[in-house]
Design a protein around this ligand. Structure first.
Ligand code: CZF
Length: 185
């Protein structure tokens, strides 16, 4: 089972590695860094999921056929109860031409950070500059989520959750006949 992950981000790699054995024997994960084609920090589900598809389309063009393709995309949601940070997973089964989507839990963003965030700003840059945490050096793995929760909900856990939701649905025999097909170009 050859799986192409559309990012070289450490947290995304660890998350996929941690859960993939639950669904596949002998999964080999390769990575490629590709542009998402959406904002630096997507601000809604539609945009984040579009970013996941864009990554897979680009990775597929460059690397060709794999048994599966996986994208993770982080995003913010903002409403009257504040800003939240979370992530989506898109898992495409290239052999069946079907896909699963799943999202993580959401973590509150402190107001002194959210007030500086917009779509064209890299979220992590603001956090690195302004968030007081003894764990800043661990940020590539724990993410902003990890810092905001004092390591109780890291970026690895975020993407594990999103991938489990996507793959749990995709692999459930009860859902056969109601799987979603990869859109034709
Ligand atoms: O889901 C997340 N959990 C976190 O704890 C976290 N900390 C920062 N961000 C930001 O979310 C945006 C989309 O990120 P993203 O999925 O496009 O990833 P990325 O740009 O970091 O990596 P890459 O896969 O493109 O290489 C970017 O502005 C990141 O700075 C996080 N996202």
């Amino acid at each position: 089972m050859r799986i192409l992950l559309t990012s070289t981000n450490e947290a995304k790699q660890k998350a996929l590695q941690n859960i993939v054995d639950r669904f596949y024997d002998l999964a080999i994960i390769e990575t490629i860094s590709v542009d998402s084609g959406v904002s630096k920090t997507p601000t809604n589900d539609q945009e984040a999921i579009q970013g996941c598809w864009n990554r897979i389309d680009r990775a597929r063009e460059i690397k060709g056929d794999y048994d599966a393709y996986v994208s993770f995309e982080g995003l913010i949601s903002n409403h009257e109860f504040g800003m939240f940070l979370y992530g989506w997973c898109l898992f495409v089964d290239g052999t069946k031409n079907e896909y699963g989507l799943g999202a993580s839990s959401q973590v509150m963003v402190p107001r002194f950070i959210s007030s500086k965030i917009s779509a064209d700003v890299e979220f992590s840059d603001v956090v690195k500059a302004d968030y007081p945490s003894e764990h800043l050096s661990k940020m590539p793995v724990v993410g902003s989520n990890g810092l905001f929760t004092n390591l109780h909900y890291t970026r690895v856990q975020e993407f594990e959750d999103a991938a489990l939701c996507a793959l749990g649905y995709l692999h459930n025999p009860a859902n056969v006949g109601d799987q979603r097909s990869v859109p034709q170009k």
